[in-house]
Ligand binder design. Structure first.
Ligand code: ADP
Ligand code: MG
Ligand code: MG
Length: 254
């Protein structure tokens, strides 16, 4: 069972001019097996939410809590959060020169589980996962993110998701920069992960395109550091037709 609960989350970012409030009270409960799509205009604070939950030091939680399966992770370090079962796919994944994909995955798996995976089954599992994502076998000996195409970065994220198998995943713009084939492959990977039935997924996106492949349980509209509307997948279709303007105006007048 994996329930991610975000309660009244307020977050400041550190800027040159001092702290600036970005999140202004976010409430969100993701029950096991649910996929929540978080949609909103540029600059509304979606990535800030993802980074704050991941424990990025630049993002200060000034109020509110995040719990995973009842465990308060608000004050945990990034490593502790990963061990608690949280996974964050970064919008801009970092390069790790000199560390191969295979070593990176194995190190991450070992850190999260507290013991090294069994070599035989692990190697097979890695090979199968990369093959499913239509990544070449040689991919595992390449340096993490070095010279990866946009599509390779995203597939690598999904490989991590499947192999590390966290309790909860926050996927920030996993769909950006993907062609239609890559989008389908990446979506299948997310669906496979979610289909285990007890995982919690937050899917952050600008576009409804990915929601043709990944069916969200709920859709939330995010404007100016808050969730301002919630609904089922039909809400995404309305957004596609109408845009965010109505919600932006409402938020400005609130
Ligand atoms: P989204 O992911 O929804 O596009 P972000 O979370 O990336 O939004 O950004 C939220 C807000 O924080 C934006 O208004 C952005 O300009 C602001 N912001 C992010 N980083 C900084 C920074 N280093 N200095 C000043 N403002 C920032
Ligand atoms: Mg942005
Ligand atoms: Mg963003």
């Amino acid at each position: 069972m994996s329930t991610l609960v975000i309660s009244d989350l307020h977050v400041d970012i550190q800027t040159e001019d001092g702290p600036k409030q970005i999140l202004k009270g976010v409430n969100l409960t993701i029950n096991p097996g649910e996929i929540h799509a978080l949609m909103g205009p540029n600059g509304s604070g979606k990535s800030t939410l993802a980074y704050a939950i991941a424990g990025h030091p630049k993002y200060e939680i000034t109020q509110g809590t995040v719990t995973l399966d009842g465990e308060d992770i608000t004050e945990m370090s990034v490593d502790e959060r990963a061990r608690a079962g949280l996974f964050l796919a970064m919008q801009y994944p970092v390069e790790v020169p000199g560390v191969s994909v295979a070593n990176f995955l194995r190190t991450a798996k070992t850190a999260i589980d507290g013991e090294a995976p069994k070599v035989r089954t692990w190697v097979k599992e890695v090979e199968q996962t990369l093959a499913d994502l239509q990544l070449d076998k040689s991919f595992s000996s390449r340096s993490v993110n070095e010279g990866f195409s946009g599509g390779e970065k995203k597939r690598h994220e999904i490989a991590q998701l499947q192999l590390l198998n966290p309790k909860a995943a926050i996927l920030d713009e996993t769909d950006s920069g993907l062609d239609i084939d890559a989008l389908r492959i990446v979506s299948e990977g997310v669906n496979k992960y979610s289909a285990q039935g007890d995982r919690a997924v937050v899917l952050i996106t600008h576009y409804t395109r990915i929601l043709r492949y990944i069916e969200p349980t709920f859709v939330h509209v995010f404007v100016d550091g808050r969730i301002v509307a919630e609904g089922g997948k039909e809400l995404a279709e309305n957004l596609e037709a109408e845009g965010y303007e109505k919600y932006i105006k409402e938020a400005a007048n609130a």
